[in-house]
Design a protein around this ligand. Structure first.
Ligand code: GCB
Length: 609
């Protein structure tokens, strides 16, 4: 069979990881055909030999690195290359080249030879390169990246050319993204790794957990399924599986089975950090050894369940004190950054946030690792934002949407932090086409996840015209009363949001999360009585939402998520001043008054439960 695993690259007794992060060479294809780089076959020689090159950091978006507006706003093929070496002693190993993500469409060559293509900007892809690598001298990797969105990409978008010569200079083109309210940052956004495995290797590990109460203690039940590749059918005696706790002690083990169930007596369950257990985010490791290959898969033991009015983690009701986020920061755009990641988790915990949604695409694996380890719950959203017309719901869109969900679940299935999948953000779920489309998307998502996590999507249409909520387990709604409607009138919020919540509840007996509410706010702008864009407005507006949440919190409301954790960049638009300013933090992660307000609320709720 063909490889399907997407295990994170890891050093072990049998594996070596080397990073290809750093400064790469870079050039954009500015030809009028937008395709001259392919005519001239830029991958056949070092980029520096086919024209001038810039220095480009990896990982990072390329947009904000230079002082050139045409690179910031570039649409089309951008090219990267760099040199690397493969140690001679790796020649008898399997050598894999892996990209954490490249936005959007990527083609990779090694030493001028085609290696792989990937479509979709937020998930990892990899290929074995033994056949094209040079083990006795320098190698070159070339990556072509295209950020052009089309009606069938996720997110969808389209190009509009300024064809009227009276109005537009030659080559004028803009990318229309309608309801995609974030800058279409592009480039090699996450780590690039070169790693080895033995020829016969562990390809994939799937872990599903539950537990039993045994008197006063709890037994964890760990079901695992290992797939291997590249070897002869091996003797079952080659398989060793051990569960190692946080202190490094082996607490259970099993031999001879690629699939099995192991019990951990007196288990430490994985809890969100606001649940006041002694050990939030408790992670175990499943150490798998098979015929000389060793891989250590982290996991946590916890359950998730949904009833018609509650969400449970480990059998206890969980209320999401949440936030919508973005991968977004000055200079690096959507490039992964360890310092930013650590700061964001510290800020989330400072504010008492126990949950975030990966609005509006899967985040970097290193971010997800922190959620697992620190006990922050995640609603894992696929990049299906801006599905706004029937043209985005055809067979090609559907096939790609399912493929992206497959990749997302493949990557994140073992993460205890992930308690729910979000299959879309604000699709036009009122269109007749949406019903069949999302029936299929949701069924596919269910079928891919052995852990059967609940499914949601973030809705912007009203409960009467929506055709998709019938398929999901939890209803998430994004609402902007007092902002996009009745602007400035916070006094309508309690009434309008209550009416709305009750209408959804009457139509579907399902738990509800408010997955977005928020108001753009310029830090330092003060106006009293409160007026839109002032810090006073953001807090008084939020208070009205909070009052409404408190009314329904003990009933069927299972979470609230402010939009947004921090200010973030968008396309240029007259309603966006330096991007979207709905952050409770600035883009530089400094608190507005609303951050202190949120913190007081979340901490008080946590302390009272
Ligand atoms: C939404 C979208 C989000 C936007 C937000 C806004 O409903 O889901 O992507 O940024 O509204 O601020 O308009």
């Amino acid at each position: 069979g063909s490889s399907k695993g997407m295990l994170y690259p890891q050093d072990s007794e049998s594996r070596v990881v080397k990073t290809l992060d750093g400064m790469w060479r870079f050039r954009v294809d500015t030809s009028s055909s937008r395709n001259q780089s392919f005519v001239d076959q830029w991958w056949t020689r070092p980029l520096a030999e086919t024209g001038p090159v810039l220095t480009m950091p990896v990982p990072s978006s390329y947009n904000d690195i230079t002082v050139d507006k045409s690179i910031r706003d570039f649409i089309g093929w951008a090219w990267y290359d760099r040199q690397f070496f493969v140690p001679e002693e790796w020649a008898n190993q399997r050598v894999v080249l892996r990209f954490g993500s490249v936005h959007y469409h990527a083609i990779v060559w090694v030493n001028g030879q085609y290696v792989m293509t990937h479509v979709g900007g937020h998930l990892p892809f990899e290929a074995e390169i033994n056949g094209v690598a040079n083990f006795h001298g320098a190698n070159r990797v070339t990556v072509a990246v295209n950020n052009t969105l089309s009606p069938t990409t996720l997110p969808p978008g389209s190009l509009t050319f300024g064809s009227d010569p009276q109005k537009y200079p030659p080559g004028y083109v803009i990318q229309e993204m309608q309801h995609m309210d974030f800058f279409n940052y592009a480039g090699i956004h996450r780590h690039v790794h070169l790693y080895t495995t033995p020829r016969s290797y562990i390809d994939d590990i799937t872990i599903v957990t539950s537990f039993n109460n045994v008197g006063d203690s709890v037994d964890g039940i760990v079901t695992y399924d290992i797939t291997t590749m590249g070897g002869q059918a091996r003797a079952a005696g080659d398989v060793q599986v051990a569960i190692v706790n946080k202190d490094g002690t082996v607490v259970a083990q099993q031999s001879n089975q690629l699939q099995g169930t192991i019990t951990i007596t007196n288990v430490h369950l994985w809890w969100p950090y606001t649940s006041k257990p002694s050990n939030p985010g408790y992670m175990y490791t499943l150490k798998v050894s098979i015929s000389g290959d060793v891989y250590r898969q982290p996991f946590g033991v916890r359950t998730v369940a949904v009833t018609d009015s509650q969400l449970y983690i480990n059998g206890r009701p969980f209320y999401c004190l949440g936030v919508g986020k973005h991968e977004d920061a000055d200079i690096r755009g959507k490039g992964f950054d360890y310092a930013l990641t650590a700061k964001d988790f510290n800020l989330m915990k400072w504010m008492g946030i126990n949950c975030f949604r990966t609005s509006h695409y899967p985040y970097a694996e290193e971010i997800m690792d922190q959620a697992d380890e620190q006990g922050i719950v995640v609603i894992d959203e696929c990049p299906a934002v801006n599905i706004i017309s029937a043209a985005n719901m055809g067979p090609a869109s559907l096939a790609h949407h399912k493929e992206v969900i497959t990749e997302m679940i493949q990557r994140d299935k073992n993460r205890p932090s992930v308690i729910m999948w979000s299959v879309a953000n604000e699709p036009s779920s009122n269109l007749p086409e949406a019903e069949d489309y999302f029936r299929d998307v949701v069924a596919h998502t269910k079928s891919m996840d052995s852990a059967h996590r609940p499914i949601t999507f973030a809705s912007s249409v009203d409960s009467n015209s929506d055709l998709v909520a019938q398929f999901v387990d939890v209803i998430s709604i994004n609402r902007y009363y007092g902002w996009y409607s009745d602007t400035g009138h916070a006094e309508v919020i309690l009434l309008q949001l209550s009416t709305e919540l009750e209408a959804w509840r009457a139509r579907h007996r399902k738990p509800i999360i408010i997955s977005e509410y928020g108001a753009d706010t310029i830090p330092g702008l003060h106006q009293y009585p409160e007026f839109v864009f002032s810090e006073e407005f953001q807090t008084s507006f939020s208070s009205e939402y909070h009052k409404t949440f408190d009314k329904y919190r003990s009933q069927f409301l299972v979470g609230e998520m402010v939009w947004n954790f921090a200010d973030f960049m968008t396309t240029q638009a007259i309603i966006r001043v330096g991007g979207n300013r709905k952050g409770v933090l600035t883009r530089q992660r400094q608190p507005k008054a609303a951050a202190h307000q949120l913190r007081a609320r979340y901490v008080a709720i946590t302390n009272s439960t």
